[in-house]
Unconditional design. Structure first.
Length: 458
């Protein structure tokens, strides 16, 4: 009889909290009816709870960032979680300038194969779903945009720098267009118009998108979506049909994990660059001043996070080489008198290297000029200053041990010829001299041999 609590997707009804508690009470009545002890209810309810709550929610995801491996991982995990909970639907709020091709394909692949209907909502008003966001929007079971939003401008951009030849550019464009047609046509949307977003970089407002049959409607917020699309029958990508049961459903946000939130921030190229340079500086200070601990630990953590980001982001090797060359020029500037020429070359190399460090298809994934300038100038000044301190300390005469006795001035306590005694630094030393020195004369230490100093008369 307990199996009767499960309903097929075609016939199940909204299952809110009240119906859940009602079903739980029914389960308790069944246990009592068959004569089992009431404490069995405590054992039965935990087993029933996931099934009772399974259809009671609509999972909401937020993609308000560039599309990269971390945001793709988050969206895929969210849809997987919705499948596990057998949620009624997934609503993906989308606001993105675009992103990486591979990450976009991972998201679309999961949307197309999802067992749970996926609703992509470009909102709130004022946001956009450009480039990669255009592909993700059109791959959804239900595509909706808020008033005052836009989508499109999805022409592929080459990673690697330079302008490709016409043949290669056409091949990449055709590949992107064919990929878009492969699922837009299956979704029964206007693939001919959608293709113009790739081949002509055309953008569409929400009203244009509805008119051209690219999206399914316009809604100002999620609540309006739940109200307007409740009971709507949709055709899934696999050819099956499903009816959306959205009205009265509870919304449950699916949040990024702490690791994903940290990495999503670190994947900002500007932050990654700053962390990398702070890390290098901290490690350098720890090596030159052992025992400080804090600079080494902080530098190690920053350097680790920067390396993780650079491992994920599309890095330009030339940019890395220019930054390393800039650091080398700063070191040489501290040793050689170049009247600032080497420092200027180093600053220019670091700025240019920072600007081309991340070879991404959209400006939002590249290092900004203000960041490059704000990092290069202070880093140059700090590096040159620290290197000068190190060089000065190496050149400075030692003031401890036997080396610290050389050039020091003392007083002869006895007559000094082949041997005698002197007082230096408040200490009495055996002394020798090439010429006789009478007692009481001031002397200067020329060398130290064991416990004997060789002196000369001042």
């Amino acid at each position: 009889m307990l199996l009767q609590f499960r309903h097929s997707p075609e016939h199940r009804r909204p299952c809110g909290p009240s119906s859940v508690f009602g079903a739980a009470a029914t389960a308790a009545w069944v246990v009592s009816f068959v004569g089992a002890p009431r404490k069995c209810v405590v054992l039965v309810l935990p087993l029933l709870w996931p099934a009772l709550w399974a259809h009671a929610t609509v999972l909401t995801l937020d993609l308000n960032d560039v599309v990269h491996p971390i945001t793709a991982e988050y969206v895929v995990q969210g849809i997987t979680q919705a499948e596990t909970e057998r949620a009624e639907a997934v609503i993906l709020r989308l606001s993105t300038p675009g992103g990486l091709d591979q990450s976009t394909r991972e998201i679309i692949e999961k949307i197309l194969s999802s067992k749970v209907p996926v609703i992509v909502f470009v909102g709130p008003s004022g946001v956009r779903a450009a480039s990669a966001g255009f592909f993700i929007l059109l791959s959804a079971d239900v595509a909706i945009m808020a008033p005052g939003t836009n989508t499109g401008a999805a022409h592929p951009v080459i990673i690697g720098g330079g302008k490709p030849d016409d043949v290669m550019s056409k091949k990449i464009e055709n590949d992107a267009a064919a990929y878009l047609r492969s699922f837009v046509a299956k979704r029964e949307r206007n693939y001919a118009v959608a293709e113009k977003g790739v081949t002509e970089s055309k953008s569409f407002t929400e009203t244009e998108a509805v008119k051209e049959r690219l999206i399914d409607g316009i809604a100002k917020d999620v609540d309006e979506i739940l109200e307007a699309f409740d009971g709507k029958e949709i055709k899934r990508f696999d050819g099956s049909t499903a009816t959306l049961r959205l009205k009265g459903q509870s919304l449950r946000p699916f949040e990024m994990s702490l690791r994903q939130r940290v990495l999503a921030k670190v994947l900002n190229p500007n932050i990654a660059l700053i962390l990398g340079l702070i890390g290098l500086m901290g490690v350098y200070i720890e090596f030159t001043h052992p025992g400080l601990i804090l600079p080494g630990v902080l530098g190690g953590v920053c350097l680790f996070l920067a390396l993780v980001a650079l491992n994920i982001l599309p890095v330009n090797v030339l940019g890395v080489a220019l930054i390393l060359a800039a650091i080398g020029l700063f070191v040489v500037e501290a040793k050689v008198t170049s009247y600032g020429l080497l420092a200027a070359l180093g600053i220019a190399a670091m700025i240019f290297g920072s600007l081309i460090l991340i070879d991404a298809p959209i400006p939002e994934m590249r290092v900004r000029l203000t960041t490059a300038l704000g990092v290069a100038l202070p880093f140059a000044a700090i590096t040159i200053f620290l290197m000068r301190l190190v060089i000065i300390s190496h050149r400075k005469k030692s003031v401890s041990g036997s080396e610290g006795m050389v050039e020091e001035v003392g007083v002869a306590l006895t007559d000094i010829d082949a041997g005698g005694k002197v007082r230096v630094h408040g200490e009495i030393w055996q002394a020798s001299s090439e010429t006789p020195i009478p007692a009481g004369e001031r002397v200067k230490v020329l060398a130290v041999h064991g416990m004997t100093v060789r002196v000369v008369r001042l």
